[in-house]
Design a protein around this ligand. Structure first.
Ligand SMILES: NC(=O)c1ccc[n+]([C@@H]2O[C@H](COP(=O)([O-])OP(=O)(O)OC[C@H]3O[C@@H](n4cnc5c(N)ncnc54)[C@H](OP(=O)(O)O)[C@@H]3O)[C@@H](O)[C@H]2O)c1
Length: 344
């Protein structure tokens, strides 16, 4: 339960880009008190969380000792490692700490083994677990659901993610997506990415009262016609420089919900992927037809607002998740979410 007279005590799990944004936010917002930080890195063990996040020291040091963090008194963990570890998630939930994460458990299937384990851990610890993120986790789930309220009839909802990766540093993730690889390899790994998005499509469908007959997916790949120099290195001629991943939920024989991710290293690719800045577009076809676009406002200083959107989509839910009854809590179970302390 949240005690309104004191800040919510939070642990930051991992200190990558998303973790550092959260540490800076916990330091600036009096609705939170940072009480612990986990790191996988021996080099960061013992470092002050403020130093790791590029701000003044906070007097909270990062540790590689999971047991130390399991033992402390905290209300919630913002869990943001590179990839999830179910044993860690179970241990945190069993230790009495609620967990929020942008790692893609937006609408877990009830019969999935992971779901069963997480639900049992929540019951044992009297805790709740919630997953968000900008996409999957927000744009095509709660944002699209709220947007649907403006319509009297819907024929189709199309959610498009545009990400320009040309300024992104080299990472395992870019290679896993297929950038710089042969088009055949990108096609081979395509289906692996379906799960996280299909959960978000499933949540939107369930929220709209639809039963999905089946999911379909497709991939369009564009290769570079020259050696392309980007922040992560060189995309050699003939290798993947852009892609459109498309997932569809078929309801009563027709394509009711479409999610497409248009990811690129350059504009004007062939075949055309998409031009322009990173953004999210939610299109409602029906009565009336409506388009919402989420994009960086030029007045902002953030070069990567998507990272802040990702971190804050779950951090701003922490008070509601702490107050929620035990169990996996999706956007369909939680209140709309009231952000605390943002005008700091
Ligand atoms: N749903 C969404 O919209 C969305 C959007 C963006 C990102 N994400 C997810 O959010 C998570 C964090 O993203 P990020 O941009 O902060 O990533 P990042 O900058 O690469 O940081 C990830 C951190 O994970 C830790 N780590 C390193 N190796 C690891 C390993 N083998 N296993 C587990 N953790 C390891 C490290 O923390 P330490 O240095 O402290 O050890 C690393 O800094 C990722 O899983 C990403 O997929 C979701």
């Amino acid at each position: 339960m949240v005690n309104p007279s004191r800040p919510v005590r939070v642990v930051q799990w991992c200190t990558g880009r998303i973790g550092q944004i959260s540490i800076r936010h916990f330091a600036a917002n009096s609705a939170f008190e940072l009480v612990g930080v986990y790191t996988t890195s021996a080099a960061k063990d013992g470092a002050d969380a403020g130093d790791l996040a590029g701000i003044a020291p906070l007097g909270v040091t990062a540790t590689t000792d999971k047991g130390e963090l399991l033992a402390i008194d905290a209300d919630c963990v913002h869990y943001a490692p590179l990839r999830p570890d179910l044993d860690d998630l179970e241990a945190l939930l069993r230790s009495g700490k609620n967990v929020v994460t942008p790692l893609g458990f937006t609408f877990p299937r009830p019969d999935d083994e992971q779901t069963i384990r997480l639900q049992a851990a929540c019951r044992a610890g009297g805790t709740s677990f919630h997953a968000g993120g900008i996409h999957p986790g927000f744009v095509g789930d709660i944002f699209a659901l709220v947007g649907s309220r403006l319509h009297s009839r819907l024929d189709q909802v199309v959610v498009t993610e545009v990400v320009d990766f040309s300024g992104a540093p080299a990472s395992e993730m870019l290679t896993a997506f297929g950038f710089g690889r042969d088009p055949d390899e990108a096609h081979r790994t395509h289906r692996l990415a379906l799960d996280a998005y299909s959960q978000s499509i499933g949540l939107l469908a369930a929220g709209l009262g639809l039963t999905v007959d089946r999911y379909e997916c497709g991939l369009t790949v564009a290769v570079s016609d020259e050696d392309l120099v980007v922040a992560s290195g060189v995309i050699p001629t003939g290798k993947v420089a852009g892609m459109c991943r498309r997932w569809e939920a078929v309801v009563d024989g027709r394509s009711a919900i479409v999610f497409q991710s248009k990811w690129k290293m350059a504009d004007d690719l062939t075949p055309e992927i998409v031009n322009g800045a990173s953004r999210y577009i939610v299109e409602f076809f029906g009565e009336p037809a409506t388009t919402f676009t989420i994009e960086a406002n030029p007045s902002g200083g953030s070069a990567h607002p998507g990272q802040t959107w990702t971190a804050m989509s779950v951090v701003n839910m922490i008070h509601d998740v702490v107050a929620a009854p035990p169990g996996i809590r999706t956007h369909l179970d939680l209140p709309l979410g009231r952000s605390r302390g943002l005008f700091h």
